[in-house]
Design a protein around this ligand. Structure first.
Ligand SMILES: C[S@@+](CC[C@H](N)C(=O)[O-])C[C@H]1O[C@@H](n2cnc3c(N)ncnc32)[C@H](O)[C@@H]1O
Length: 251
């Protein structure tokens, strides 16, 4: 196995069994969904980078519509389907194992596209460019993206992000990108930092504790980086975090 593959495998193992693979919150998702304008009755929904299905399951329940749920991790997709079975939603979730940057779907075939904490994998602008052709006229896209909350960010954070997320931008820059990509911005909302702790970092810290004595060097490296990430967020959360963008395809 290549080093990068081993790293991803350890990262997936660390996140296995967690409800979420990134920061988010079901009540906050409901709040975002409430702001989505009326959509056609025969809705076509996609959750891209769905992980274990935190968003896909909420959307399927809320709209009683089928959700195409895309992730490149078979393990997360299987976990999502186990949960879907438990919630009686199996018939509404279509797991799709593929690269989010290579979706060969029919153009204009999605009415609501949701992507939480995942677009950064192909860069925010890359995601907008790749996914917009898939959107129906006036289709709605909801993306949560990690960004700076202002232009005034301490140098220590800028240096840290050079390694962690070199493509990070400010909210203002992301709004410009959305508009220049052919969308109207309907709303912009920051995910409260509480959602990072309660639904993501605290459960993740428990998993880290369970792996603490591992002899697997790749897992040790993943744990070290994750602990660093958590400490960094604890110190500097007022400067960066996830923002949800609700946008409408103007075409
Ligand atoms: C931070 S997690 C977010 C998962 C989920 N949306 C959530 O909020 O719990 C990012 C997800 O993107 C997936 N991912 C990363 N790169 C991908 C790619 N190129 N294609 C498909 N999925 C990808 C990962 O496997 C992971 O499940």
């Amino acid at each position: 196995m290549e080093e990068q593959e081993k790293y991803i495998e350890a990262l997936i193992r660390l996140h296995r069994g967690l409800e979420r693979q990134g920061p988010g919150d079901p009540d906050f998702s409901d709040y975002i969904i409430e702001q989505i304008p009326d959509l056609p009755s025969d809705l076509r929904i996609a959750d891209i980078g769905c992980g274990a299905g935190a968003g896909a399951l909420i959307l399927a329940k809320k709209y009683s519509s089928k959700v195409r749920a895309v992730d490149f991790s078979r393990e997360f997709l299987d976990q999502m389907m186990d949960q879907a079975k438990q919630e009686g939603l199996e018939h509404l979730i279509e797991p799709i194992e593929c690269d989010m940057g290579k979706l060969d779907w029919e153009l204009g075939s999605i009415d609501l596209l949701w992507s939480e904490g995942a677009a950064y994998n192909i860069t925010f602008e890359g995601a907008l460019e790749c996914w917009r052709p898939l959107m129906a006229t006036s289709g709605i896209v909801v993306i949560s993206e990690m960004n700076y909350f202002s232009n005034d960010v301490p140098e220590i954070i800028i240096q840290y992000m050079k390694n962690v997320y070199p493509g990070i931008k400010t909210e203002a820059k992301n709004v410009d990108l959305i508009i220049s990509s052919g969308f109207d911005v309907l709303a912009v909302h920051r995910l409260p930092s509480k959602a990072w702790w309660e639904n993501y970092y605290n459960p993740l810290i428990k998993k880290i504790t369970a792996f603490k004595d591992t002899k697997d060097e790749v897992m040790q490296a993943v744990i070290h980086e994750t602990e660093e990430e958590i400490e960094f967020f604890k110190e500097y959360h007022e400067y960066y975090g996830y923002t949800f963008y609700i946008m409408k395809n103007v075409k």
